[in-house]
Design a protein around this ligand. Structure first.
Ligand code: ADP
Length: 585
């Protein structure tokens, strides 16, 4: 039997902890021999028994012997036939059915395997299943060492118990069964220990239940952030109003001006070049030769179907696209890439990677798994691999800005913009040794929209990789501007996207939750909108710099008095002409 048809089996290494996904019982789990051998044995047994019984049957018909009179060898052959048939059906049939039906069980696996996190269904997905079990963090674990108190106890007693160290702060939610009350108690504990009441930090007005086991542990309140709206942005024939959460004055106004310039010039267009989240575990061998064996095995195209089958089994949305291997001596870094539907996909890809690592352990028993992430992924760090290969969504977005728009709206000229772009975003960044930083302030826009829409703000690092190009077109009159962003890591389900405020911002963009007709369409659309917003931001800030307004406006606004009337007047002026003040450079 071809090894590539082999099913995933449990890891051989005894120290490995089985996860729920790998703990699924299979017929092959009970077998003492490597599975490819048992496959061969049972297939041969089946054929031999079948052949023998057919011969005997023909013989009996020829000699008119009653068929029900069985000899010992016939009984043995019959039993062998049935046993091998059961083995082969359980091996191929059940797994085939399991892999072809996206069962609820798949999703349950999906929800509990990684980090003990619970993921509710997508916000706009119709739900017919019974309500999910309570979050494990709300279930009383009854640790004998922790003093028991009941929810009816006085808050003051509970606070004293936590302050004295008898009750750990992290257990308040499960002990009290009330997330808001737990946050209040924790806040009071903090006040007694530090003397700081954190008066400016709001406590009420937030759904603490919604972050439990998902977004934040041990909450004591929430930070408020203003959300501004830039736009409309005309992109790919549609209009978008961009929610931006920021405390950087003028950022929204500046992006708004860029949106205006794009929209009156006919709009921008975008293309998603690639869509795949990556995760790269690191494993170790006894020799570089064995490490190379694994690399060749994983990169052999004839193994790709089996590896995809193994990888994809923990989620109906995860689809393995490829594995890229790099060696450092006897250590192998395998960069798995997969599509993840509308999820940003880190959990999904990690589960798929774990499936493959477990599977590989049979053929490479000398493989030592060091970490499911070995930094060749590369998550939340600037790296050439993301810049060159891409991670998440790779998007290019372009627009042609008419000469009169550059003059009237952006208050500069096409040659000045082109020259500045070459000297600043290309040559200047080269002088600085930039990695993916060939732009003016892509991260400003990326961060603001990330925070507003519930993305992971730390992924701003690679999501802001961007090269901004400006070239003259139409006989040297108009400006062609583009942003190419290889690693926009966004999702519209999971993580912070399900919180009420963030979901409202996604809804404004028409990308809330899971896209039921075409999973992944919402998250790809969000990535193109972010690229369009970056295009607007680049256009406006570069114009402010080209027209020499930036330093003047900094001198003016950074030293303005705190007088409210003046501040309000300055804000109005900034909205009218954002190039007057922009901190970003
Ligand atoms: P991430 O991998 O980005 O951390 P999560 O694991 O938090 O994502 O969320 C993905 C969850 O959302 C999974 O349980 C998945 O089954 C579910 N889901 C529902 N609809 C979709 C969809 N359209 N695309 C991707 N995942 C979806």
């Amino acid at each position: 039997m071809d090894v590539r048809r082999r099913l995933p089996s449990k890891p051989a290494a005894s120290e490995r902890k089985p996860t729920p996904s790998t703990a699924r019982v299979q017929a092959s789990d009970a077998l003492p021999l490597p599975i490819r051998h048992t496959n061969k044995i049972f297939s041969a047994l089946f054929m031999a028994a079948l052949y023998f019984l057919m011969c005997r049957w023909r013989e009996k018909v020829r000699t008119s012997t009653p068929l029900h009179l069985l000899t010992l060898s016939e009984i043995f052959a019959f039993v062998s036939l049935v046993a091998s048939l059961i083995y082969l059906i359980s091996f191929f049939g059940i797994t085939y059915v399991q892999s072809s039906i996206p069962s609820n069980e798949d999703e349950i696996d999906d929800e509990v395997v990684v980090n003990d996190r619970h993921f509710p269904p997508a916000l706009n997905a119709p739900s017919t299943s019974p309500p999910p079990p309570p979050c494990p963090l709300l279930v009383d674990t009854s640790d004998a060492k922790i003093p028991s108190f009941c929810p009816d106890d006085n808050d003051d007693e509970i606070v004293r118990s936590v302050v004295s160290g008898k009750t750990p702060s992290y257990i308040l939610e499960s002990k009290l069964g009330d997330c808001r009350r737990a946050a209040g108690v924790r806040r009071e504990v903090l006040r007694r220990i530090t003397g700081s009441a954190m008066q400016g930090l709001p406590l009420d007005g937030f759904d603490y239940q919604s972050i439990l086991g998902q977004c934040c542990e041990m909450p004591v309140g929430y930070v408020t952030l203003p959300v501004g709206i830039a736009g409309p942005l005309a992109l790919d024939g549609r209009i978008y109003y961009l929610p931006m959460a920021t405390t950087e004055g003028c950022l929204v106004a500046s992006t708004n001006r860029g949106c205006k310039a794009i929209s009156v010039s006919g709009g921008a267009e975008s293309v998603v070049l690639r869509d795949g989240m990556t995760r790269a575990p690191v494993v170790r061998f006894g020799s570089a030769k064995r490490a190379a064996d694994l690399k060749f095995f994983l990169e052999d195209p004839s193994n790709s179907d089996t590896l995809a089958l193994v990888f994809n089994r923990s989620s109906r949305f995860a689809k393995l696209q490829g594995i890229q291997c790099a060696l450092a001596g006897k250590n192998v870094y395998m960069r798995f890439s997969c599509s993840t539907g509308d999820a940003m996909g880190m959990n999904m890809v990690s589960k798929g990677v774990q499936n493959v690592l477990d599977y590989l352990q049979d053929d490479f028993p000398d493989m030592e798994v060091l970490s499911v992430s070995g930094n060749f992924c590369s998550d939340k760090k600037p790296s050439a691999v993301n810049w060159i290969e891409g991670r998440g969504k790779s998007v290019v977005c372009e627009a042609i800005i008419k000469e009169e728009v550059v003059t009237k709206v952006l208050k500069t000229s096409v040659p000045a913009l082109v020259e500045l772009n070459t000297l600043k975003n290309l040559a200047g960044s080269a002088v600085a040794g930039a990695l993916g930083g060939f732009n003016a302030h892509a991260s400003n826009i990326v961060s603001a929209i990330f925070i507003a829409t519930g993305q992971d703000p730390a992924q701003n690092v690679e999501s802001s990789h961007c090269i901004t190009m400006m070239e003259v077109v139409n006989d040297g009159k108009d400006l062609h501007i583009s942003v190419t962003m290889p690693s926009i890591e966004v999702g519209t389900v999971g993580g912070g996207t399900q919180l009420a405020a963030q979901a409202a911002c996604l809804d404004l963009l028409g990308v809330k939750g899971s896209n039921l007709e075409s999973p992944g369409a919402n998250s790809r659309l969000l990535a193109t909108i972010i690229a369009g917003a970056v295009l607007a931001g680049e256009l406006s800030l570069m114009s402010a710099l080209a027209s020499g307004q930036l330093v003047r406006s900094h001198m003016k606004y950074n030293r303005s008095s705190r007088d409210i009337t003046q501040a309000a007047a300055a804000a109005v002026a900034a909205v009218r002409n954002p190039s007057e003040k922009t901190k970003s450079q």
